[in-house]
Design a protein around this ligand. Structure first.
Ligand SMILES: Nc1ncnc2c1ncn2[C@@H]1O[C@H](COP(=O)(O)OP(=O)(O)OP(=O)(O)O)[C@@H](O)[C@H]1O
Ligand SMILES: [Mg+2]
Length: 295
């Protein structure tokens, strides 16, 4: 699988270059989002792209957008670069390089809230529970083990920090940030989408331990935006390999994280060069979860 050089030159004004995505002004209130093969770990972008990763992230988001279309409106307009008006006149080679990793979306007024849903207890939730018996202040039964299923999925929002790390906030804080009506709406949407996706994934042998959604306003309506239920925004576990009390293996950048942890790198830029084997394994992991979930 080829990895195009980034950034691809386009005759559009670039609005933002995120850790993973390039965002362009597509005019008429729309944006063009190009998902690269970049991988960030410990908030640092690796120098080595992961072949096909952008195709997997974009393909998975589109899969879920289609699946959820009846339930929650979304900002997606077009997925085929050849049909995008804003790319008219762009040469075929460039359009082919964009294909499968590019979407045209309506530009939303993004709510400054990361809508995190947790169905299992792991990561920062597990740490929080150990220290306080709660996750983000939500009380939980005693005696839960690491990687246990939670009695009910939890909505544990955080801020969307422009710089630095996101911070957990209470539902009341979400209400004061964006108003009670929108707060309830994004919470209910996030929980409903998680539950539907988790139930479907279970039929394919996959547990979705947790995930993060983003929503925004377009013409006064709350819409689903950004990436949806990808390995970068979610923890996916092979259901048959989850043992309560242990860290489950995951289909994502954990391979890179583990290698980095053992490399002696101090987690400040520049990152070390990733070995070919780690790049290949990570690429295979992204492709495997994509195929398992979507066929
Ligand atoms: N329809 C949309 N309207 C407006 N903004 C959007 C829309 N869809 C996605 N976005 C924004 O585009 C950005 C996606 O870029 P990217 O994922 O690379 O960067 P990031 O989320 O800022 O950083 P990172 O994910 O690495 O923490 C997000 O900030 C997201 O909120
Ligand atoms: Mg993002």
């Amino acid at each position: 699988m080829t990895t195009p050089d980034y950034p691809i030159e386009l005759p559009l004004r670039k609005i933002n270059s995120g850790k993973v995505r390039e965002i362009y002004d597509a005019r008429e209130g729309n944006i063009l989002i190009v998902t690269s093969d970049r991988l960030s770990a410990f908030d640092v972008i690796m120098n080595d792209p992961i072949p096909g990763k952008g195709l997997v992230l974009n393909g998975m988001s589109l899969f879920w957008y289609d699946r959820f279309a009846d339930r929650v409106p979304n900002a997606l307009l077009e997925r085929d670069p050849h049909k995008m008006e804003c790319l008219r006149g762009v040469d075929d080679g460039t359009l082919e390089a964009l294909k499968g990793r590019t979407v045209l979306m309506r530009r939303a007024q993004v709510f400054p809230v990361e809508c995190i849903v947790r169905g299992y207890i792991i990561g920062s939730g597990w740490k929080d529970y150990g220290a306080t018996g709660t996750i983000c202040g939500i009380p939980l039964p005693k005696g839960l083990r690491k990687a246990d299923k939670l009695p009910d999925p939890l909505f544990t929002p955080s801020t969307k920090a422009e710089e630095g790390h996101d911070e957990n906030i209470s539902f009341e804080q979400v209400e004061s940030l964006i108003g009670p009506v929108h707060a309830s709406k994004i919470r209910d949407n996030a929980l409903a989408l998680y539950e539907e996706a988790a139930e479907y994934a279970r039929t394919r042998g996959i547990i979705i331990a947790d995930t993060k959604f983003e929503f925004g306003l377009i013409g006064g309506e709350v819409m689903l935006i950004d990436e949806v239920l990808t390995p970068d925004s979610s923890r996916f576990w092979p259901a048959d390999r989850v043992v309560p009390g242990e860290n489950p293996p995951s289909y994502d950048k954990q391979i890179v994280r583990d290698w980095l942890e053992n490399s002696g790198w101090d987690k400040t830029p520049p990152p070390p060069k990733l070995p070919e084997e780690i790049i290949a394994k990570t690429s295979a992991a992204y492709h495997e979860i994509f195929e398992k979930l979507t066929n």
